[in-house]
Design a protein around this ligand. Structure first.
Ligand SMILES: Nc1nc2c(ncn2[C@@H]2O[C@H](COP(=O)(O)OP(=O)(O)OP(=O)(O)O)[C@@H](O)[C@H]2O)c(=O)[nH]1
Ligand SMILES: [Mg+2]
Length: 248
């Protein structure tokens, strides 16, 4: 089971207007300091936060109780003027967990009113997370022919294809910066990642490597996914034929 906690800034739109028109720099500073704090608080509890459109965050929160979420809300209230709403859901696939969280909020299934927490907490011990860490093989060589902006455009097109492809496998894709992507993956996504890599190789002449990690917590699964990716690089750099996918 995957548990997802979706954090969203409450009443953000109206609040941004109170800053006047000269506000963009303030909002960017707020959003990045909020992200930093959230990543700190959740990683201390063995979770990882995925940045989603800067005013919304997806946390793979396996193992986190309602009380853990309340503690985090209390800490955030001390540091920020804005407030966050948390919607929690769990299911067999990441996309379905996202739907449960969405339903929990929409139908006002209140877990804690004071700290604005909605949805459903998984209290069974069947926690399982699979993460795929995908990265472009030898992006550095592209820098010899393509300018920084052209490379960004290529990466975002790739992100778009990846997001669409893995959504059909009930999985969620996040851009991590540079040429790195992480997919919170279903079994179906794991078994079809080689097809995706082959498709991108044929259509776009981009080679991808994919490290996969499985564990009870998202931080551990991410660690193993990155370790798998680094293993592919080690095999490649030792002169042997590398696999495109490696799983731990
Ligand atoms: N989020 C994240 N970014 C990374 C990581 N490793 C590298 N990067 C970023 O990715 C960019 C590209 O680095 P690499 O992927 O190592 O470069 P490359 O030429 O593609 O080399 P290979 O991936 O080994 O083929 C770097 O400039 C960093 O911004 C990582 O583990 N996580
Ligand atoms: Mg790379």
């Amino acid at each position: 089971m995957i548990q997802l906690s979706i954090l969203k800034i409450s009443e953000y739109g109206p609040w941004t207007l109170t800053l006047g028109s000269d506000r963009e720099h303030e909002l960017q500073m707020l959003q990045s300091s909020l992200y930093k704090e959230l990543q700190k608080l959740f990683s201390e509890k063995n979770c990882l936060v995925f940045l989603n459109r800067a005013d919304e965050f997806f946390v793979v929160s396996n193992g986190l109780s309602l009380d853990d979420h309340i503690q985090i809300q209390k800490t955030l209230e001390k540091s920020f003027e804005i407030r966050l709403t948390i919607s929690i859901g769990y299911s067999k696939s990441p996309f379905e967990a996202n739907l449960k969280a969405y339903e929990g909020k929409k139908n006002e299934i209140i877990l804690n009113e004071e700290y604005r927490i909605f949805g459903f907490i998984n209290d069974e011990s069947n926690s399982h997370v699979s993460i795929m860490h995908l990265d472009v093989d030898d992006l550095s060589s592209k820098r010899k022919t393509d300018s920084p902006y052209e490379i960004s455009s290529t990466i975002f097109e790739l992100y778009s294809k990846m997001s669409k492809f893995f959504l059909t496998k009930n999985s969620l894709t996040f851009f991590m910066g540079g040429d790195n992507f992480m997919v919170v993956a279903s079994d179906d996504a794991k078994s079809s990642v080689q097809n995706f890599i082959d498709m991108i190789k044929n259509d776009d002449e981009i080679s991808l490597n994919c490290g996969i990690g499985n564990s009870h917590t998202s931080r551990e699964a991410v660690k193993l996914a990155t370790k798998s990716l680094d293993t592919i690089r080690e095999i490649r750099d030792s002169g042997k034929e590398k696999p495109d996918v490696y799983e731990l």
